[in-house]
Ligand binder design. Structure first.
Ligand code: OOG
Ligand code: MG
Length: 265
């Protein structure tokens, strides 16, 4: 890697780290750094995760997919998926009220969590390989919080920003993957008792495990794998919804139960 690239990686990673810590927005970087492409985006994401692990004294707990459904791609104007890293300090517990005070402009998404008990190493990983390596699935919600002003970004920008990751929560009750048809599994998402979205697993790239397989095949290009014990979020099955203090969200899936989340100031 050239020295100038190393400087750009560290500069953008530091700006994104501080934007999160201070809950302030930054402008997307592509305009200022035309060399910012998908590869450089993942280099920055790696540098950012390394910095977060060190300074926040946490470690990697899994991965997440982003922009895997048409609803999300159209909402954000980005037509390719991305992935990001989940850290232990991003995980929330079911039943605990969630304060949005430390966040910039949080939104919430209904997702499916995969919990792995085998390593998944690309290339040529298929839907079947993902299902074989999955110990459990559970209903999940992701709280995203882009560090970019008004969630305005390009694909390389959002990759650098760890695909807008902020917090995640999944159901304590876990389900066997062979007991459901992930493609046809229906989903109802409610805010304050009213239905705000309905969907099915197939909204995520035709099959949620296809999104995870896509990621496993991308990860290997960077010498990485999905590790046993890691959790992977499928990507949202619907668009994302703004969170206000006092809001209560619930997601219910056919066959795998439901999950609730309440928010405070
Ligand atoms: C990017 C992250 C998208 C999902 O599930 O699609 C994402 C964004 O929309 O800010 O997490
Ligand atoms: Mg998401």
């Amino acid at each position: 890697m050239k020295a100038v690239e190393v400087d750009v990686i560290q500069k953008i990673a530091t700006d994104l780290f501080e934007a999160e810590r201070n809950a302030t927005e930054v402008d997307k970087f592509v305009d200022q750094y035309p060399e910012l492409d998908v590869e450089l985006g993942y280099d920055i994401q790696e540098a950012l995760i390394e910095k977060k692990c060190k300074e926040e004294n946490t470690k990697i707990s899994g991965r997440k997919l982003g922009l895997t459904s048409k609803a999300k791609q159209e909402m954000m104007g980005v037509h390719e998926p991305s992935y990001g890293v989940l850290l232990e300090n991003m995980q929330l517990n079911e039943g605990e009220p969630i304060s949005i005070a430390p966040l910039i402009h949080p939104k919430i998404e209904p997702e499916i969590a995969f919990i792995f008990n085998k390593e998944v190493k690309g290339p040529s990983i298929s839907v079947t390989d993902i299902l074989d390596a999955t110990a459990y699935i559970a209903p999940a919600m992701e709280i995203i919080d882009s560090r970019y002003r008004n969630f305005n970004f390009t694909l390389p920008d959002v990759i650098a920003d760890n695909s807008s990751s902020s917090r995640y929560i999944f159901g304590e009750k876990l389900y066997k993957v062979e007991d459901v048809d992930l493609r046809l599994m229906g989903m109802v998402f409610k805010k304050n008792g009213e239905i705000i979205a309905t969907s099915a697993g197939a909204a995520v790239m035709g099959h949620p495990a296809r999104a995870v397989a896509w990621m496993a095949n991308k990860l290997v290009e960077r010498g990485q794998t999905i590790k046993p014990g890691e959790i992977v979020l499928s990507g949202a099955l619907s668009e994302a919804f703004t969170i206000e203090p006092g809001d209560h969200f619930s997601v219910s899936f056919d066959g795998i139960g439901s999950l609730e989340a309440s928010f405070t100031e």
